[in-house]
Design a binder for this molecule. Structure first.
Ligand code: CP
Length: 312
């Protein structure tokens, strides 16, 4: 039985298999409409979500399976003090696979230790969000045709943005990927990521608070919102929330084939006028998230045939 807690739980080869399957599903979704007949996905969301929970549910329904779950801690027995360990023991007898989002870092790891079904981390605190990373990777690969030889700008809240942490962990495994990390000083990437992943891996990166200066170098611009819910102090959030707002004027010097990604939800860090720019692909990205989650569910349920994957 496999779980997906961190993007590093998948080898590059396994990642490639899942992305390839996701792309095959994207082209011919009708071929996969019964592959999960009789299977159930539980979505255990202790934190708000629109895309992750609903795209998981859409993915399972598209595959012929069924879904059950809760969308807030308040509407589950967590409100009465039930532990994650006890909850997953029970859910293991109700469903075949589960996706869990939790505000506490490591909660999906605890769940996996007590689970009899595959556990997918759907976001744990400010730590990891591996299925957003799968979504980001399939978007980049589908649109640019590659995951190597890229200069990726990451802009906004790089401290609390779990999608940023997961994406860096995943992308450093591909050759000649460079990072331009754009944030206010207070929201720079965590030390462990800088030292253990970027420095130890001898990855080419710079940290800066200048977006426009670096815009011409970027193949991908990954915008993020400032994560209000992770701040201890509302004053700090208010001071930092508008640090970077991408508008049309700031894109003047960007490459014509640069792509703008954002995990969403957006607050105001991308002006809505940018939505009409063909380089703005964040809504397409959210759509691709369904296909790659379909591929992941097939894979973790062991329904993919040879190499645990079905390519046609
Ligand atoms: N990208 C993302 O995780 O969105 P939700 O919080 O809406 O699930």
């Amino acid at each position: 039985m496999r779980h997906l807690i961190s993007p590093l739980d998948l080898s590059v080869e396994e990642l490639d298999h899942i992305l390839t399957l996701g792309q095959a599903i994207m082209k011919h979704p009708e071929k996969y409409t019964h592959i999960c007949d009789g299977k159930k996905l539980a979505t255990l969301f202790y934190e708000p979500s629109t895309r992750t929970r609903l795209s998981f549910e859409a993915a399972m329904l598209n595959l012929g399976g069924q879904v059950l779950g809760f969308s807030s801690a308040d509407s589950s027995s967590a409100a009465k003090g039930e532990s994650v360990a006890d909850t997953i023991r029970v859910i293991s007898s109700y469903a075949d696979i589960c996706a869990m989002r939790h505000p506490k870092e490591g909660a999906p790891t605890v769940a996996a230790m007590h689970s009899e079904i595959p556990v997918i981390n759907a976001g744990d605190g400010g730590h990891n969000h591996p299925t957003q990373t799968l979504t980001d990777l399939i978007t980049i690969q589908t649109l640019t045709g590659r995951l190597d030889n890229l200069t990726i700008g990451m802009c906004g809240d790089l401290k609390f943005g779990r999608t940023v942490h997961s994406l860096i962990n995943a992308m450093v495994r591909y050759p000649n990927v460079k990072f331009v990390l754009i944030s206010p000083k207070e929201l720079m990437i965590p030390d462990y990521l800088r030292k253990e992943v970027l420095d130890n891996g001898r990855i080419d990166y710079i940290e800066t608070d200048q977006l426009e200066q670096h815009m011409p170098d970027l193949d991908i611009l990954y915008m993020t919102r400032v994560q209000r819910e992770r701040f201890f102090n509302e004053e700090d959030y208010i001071r930092l929330k508008d640090s970077f707002i991408l508008d049309v004027s700031k894109l003047q010097n960007a490459k014509k084939d640069m792509y703008i990604l954002h995990p969403l939800p957006r607050v105001n860090e991308i002006s809505t006028e940018v939505d009409n720019d063909p380089r703005a692909v964040y809504f397409k990205q959210a759509k691709y998230g369904v296909y790659v989650r379909m591929a992941l569910i097939i894979n973790l349920l062991g329904l993919g045939g040879e190499h645990n994957i079905r390519l046609s």
